[in-house]
Design a protein around this ligand. Structure first.
Ligand code: PMT
Length: 403
């Protein structure tokens, strides 16, 4: 995953305690450093039995701190807690959790914790019975009351070989948590955005539908890009396997064009930015058969009727200050059709996806698009990942709304 530029130059102190999950911290360090963060590691003495300081110092490019003092050199725990933008303790063992809850200070990690002036995030990891013990629950509540951030434990295979609650969140989830809670940009702070994504399914009978090949990837990437720029985002999506890694990004799942219409229409009045990426069905069956249609005849005729055009409807409701971006998916006369949609739907820009382009459009992780806007600007974005395309589309929108 590419978090840049959110993490570039951010100072992150990682505390590692004695838990089997410590091996995952290596990946946390790696992900953060790769994204441009400045990472330092502090460990409890017990953590040394689970993960090598040499690996961590090599990956973090900083000396790993384990002792309060080495020779005649004292480790300045106060300055470490002040240096960091965030102090992440991952994994947080049952033992260190208890000590943090009670203010004990018998190692450098605890001394840093007690003196830290930056936000503290903990990712607990332990066996299910230990996690569910009332003493542990009391301790975790105490940490939350102190204002620390808790990344909840996950259910899954545990170090003991048992299955249950107590597994530390995955490295990507931990990094996503840090990005979401501390490092989102403020460019679109205070702005509300709606994104539509995925296909719609129009029921024929209880088991069949008319759909299309949209995976939702492009729309999800756009929702994430807007959210990481600070917008308050509502993603309205048709059926897809995609998921959003940020808990604050609201997702409304719908099935049919009519449901998407109603969801977008309801949210529209308050929205500042609307990006319509969904591949909405243009037609739906006039009637939905109550029972499964039997294959008694050689041919079957379906009578279809047009669905409501959501983009056109929102375009007709658009007020000053609202920015409406539509997509156009074309197989022929791409540019002319995109320009026609721009005016017919009263959009501020149309993002053209041509199915003539290789490695672009439905399903794949890459895309290439051309943006047409009302001022006559034509911006071509060459083949790259949908995440990168999404960032560029969002930059384009930002440049237009801040004009
Ligand atoms: O989901 P992926 O697999 O990542 O693929 C991404 C994509 C190819 C679906 C996406 O990039 C894309 O091109 N989306 C638009 C698909 C489409 O339906 O285009 P269209 O030209 O038929 O529609 C024009 C615009 O009207 C679109 O903004 C569409 O959301 C909107 N529309 C269409 C029909 C309808 N009833 N209501 C609408 O609002």
């Amino acid at each position: 995953m590419n978090y840049e530029p959110m993490l570039i130059g951010k100072k992150i102190l990682i505390g590692i305690t004695g838990s089997i999950a410590a091996y995952k911290s290596i990946l946390v360090v790696r992900l953060l450093v790769k994204a441009g963060a400045d990472v330092k590691v502090v460990m409890t003495p017990a953590a040394r039995d689970f993960v090598s300081p040499l690996v961590l110092s090599t990956l973090s490019r900083n000396k790993v701190i384990i002792e309060m003092a080495e020779g005649d050199e004292w480790s300045n725990h106060v300055m470490l807690g002040r240096w960091a933008d965030v102090f992440l303790v991952a994994p947080l063992s049952c033992n260190t959790l208890a000590k943090m809850a009670h203010g004990l200070c018998d190692n450098i990690l605890l001394a840093v914790y007690l003196s830290a002036t930056c936000p503290v995030v903990v990712a607990p990891a332990m066996d299910e019975d230990m996690w569910q013990h009332p003493a542990t629950q009391k301790n975790i509540s105490a940490l939350a009351e102190f204002g620390n951030h808790i990344i909840s434990v996950r259910k899954g295979e545990l170090g003991s070989g048992l299955f249950g609650e107590g597994r530390m969140a995955e490295p990507e989830e931990i990094v996503n948590y840090l990005v979401e809670h501390f490092f989102r940009a403020a460019t679109l702070k205070g702005k509300k955005a709606i994104v539509t994504a995925g296909p719609t399914y129009e029921a024929i009978d209880p088991v069949r539908f008319i759909g299309n090949h949209s995976s939702g990837k492009m729309g999800f990437a756009l929702a994430e890009a807007l959210y990481l720029q600070g917008a308050d985002v509502l993603l309205i999506t048709g059926p897809t396997h995609e998921s959003i890694p940020y808990e604050g990004l609201r997702v409304q799942r719908v099935v049919s064009a009519a449901e998407m219409f109603s969801a977008a229409d309801t949210a529209f009045a308050d929205a500042d930015i609307i990006v319509m990426c969904a591949a909405v069905a243009d037609f739906r069956p006039v009637e939905v058969a109550k029972e499964k249609i039997k294959k008694k005849t050689a041919t079957l005729e379906l009578s279809l009727t047009k669905t409501g055009d959501i983009l056109k409807h929102l375009g007709s409701r658009k007020k000053k200050g609202q920015y409406l971006a539509g997509f156009a998916l074309e197989t022929e006369n791409a540019e002319a059709n995109a320009r026609e949609k721009l005016s017919a739907k009263n959009a501020d820009c149309i993002i053209l996806n041509s199915l003539q382009d290789k490695a672009a459009g439905f399903g794949v992780d890459t895309n290439q698009v051309t943006i047409f806007d009302r001022s006559g600007t034509v911006l071509s974005l060459g083949l790259q990942s949908k995440k990168e395309i999404a960032k560029e589309i969002v930059s384009f929108i930002v440049s237009r709304i801040h004009e």
